[in-house]
Design a protein around this ligand. Structure first.
Ligand code: AMP
Ligand code: ZN
Ligand code: FE
Length: 286
């Protein structure tokens, strides 16, 4: 079994990267990827850890992108190339998140909730700051009883304090990750609010933009959705990825490897990803 989507305290997870990697090792996962939002801060540490522990620990990223006014999360695996171009754009996203925090905090304050920008920044520390940090803060202040309530009432797209964040156009995001030596896969495409017909058209278009893979296995997918993505992979030549989207206590119902209990991402997904990595990295050096 493998797990190709895991978050840590470097973005909006609650476990540190070493806690996560040790857990993966204990679970005997054949491969595992850390995919924190909009950051490459841990790439070298993970590569080093993988060597020391002789384990297939993969550095990755989940990049915030958009297409047709819809948020699309793009996973990137291996990051085996130069990071300079990617870093420039990550700085832009980081600045966008800082600006957005101010907006969300102002909305919360206008609702009579005493929360400051400093509180949010302190909660995030050096991590990529995100709505889960604000949700946790609202919980600690007793404003809400759960993360879910924080999102439902305030932070989800139709919540009272919602403000969108800056994202990169998907086509640019794919090129950018390739330039950094990463294999790309659409994160949880089953969560996109598109009918299967529309989604198929999108996937076809994105394949023509160079998209490598799709997250075909994900804890919340129905059997129908899984079958649909298997079919899409077959029909358009996508690589398949799958992951738990573990976030520690920020998503307490999700476990590493098994998700809600039924996730089982097979080892056989790995080799095609490695082969594609070699192609991408090879093309960078000519
Ligand atoms: P952001 O990057 O600030 O837009 O935050 C997005 C993150 O919020 C996602 O990666 C999810 O992990 C998390 N999230 C979204 N909705 C919920 C929810 N209802 N409960 C807990 N976490 C959520
Ligand atoms: Zn997250
Ligand atoms: Fe995501």
């Amino acid at each position: 079994m493998i797990d190709l989507q895991i978050h840590t305290t470097d973005s909006d997870g609650t476990w540190s990267w070493t806690q996560v990697l040790e857990k993966c090792l204990n679970l005997n996962l054949a491969a595992f990827a850390i995919t924190d939002h909009d950051t490459t801060v841990r790439r070298d540490d993970i590569v080093e850890w993988a060597k020391t522990n002789d384990a297939m620990a993969i550095p990755g990223i989940e990049l915030s992108s958009c297409e047709n006014d819809q948020t699309i999360h793009l996973l990137g695996y291996f990051l085996d190339g130069p990071l300079n171009q990617l870093e420039l754009r990550l700085n832009f996203l980081r600045e966008g998140r800082m600006d957005r925090n101010k907006k969300i905090v102002a909305k919360l304050q206008s609702l009579g909730i005493s929360v400051t920008e400093e509180d949010v920044l302190a909660a995030a520390g050096r991590a990529t700051v995100g709505r889960p940090h604000i949700a946790r803060l609202l919980m600690q202040k007793g404003v809400v009883k759960s993360m879910q309530e924080a999102f439902d009432r305030y932070l989800s797209a139709n919540g009272q304090a919602y403000y969108p964040k800056v994202e990169l156009p998907l086509r640019e995001a794919i090129d950018l990750l390739h330039s950094a030596g990463a294999v790309t896969s659409i994160s949880h495409p089953g969560l996109l609010k598109r009918t299967p017909d529309v989604l198929e058209e999108s996937l076809k278009l994105w394949r023509s933009w160079g998209l490598d893979g799709i997250e075909a296995l994900y804890p919340s997918y129905s059997l129908e959705q899984t079958a649909f993505f298997e079919r899409m992979a077959e029909k358009y030549g996508f690589l398949r990825t799958g992951g738990s989207d573990f976030h520690g206590e920020n998503k307490p119902h999700i476990q590493i490897g098994t998700g809600t209990g039924h996730l089982n991402v097979p080892d056989e997904f790995l080799q095609p990803l490695l082969d594609r990595r070699d192609e991408i990295v090879g093309a960078l050096s000519v």
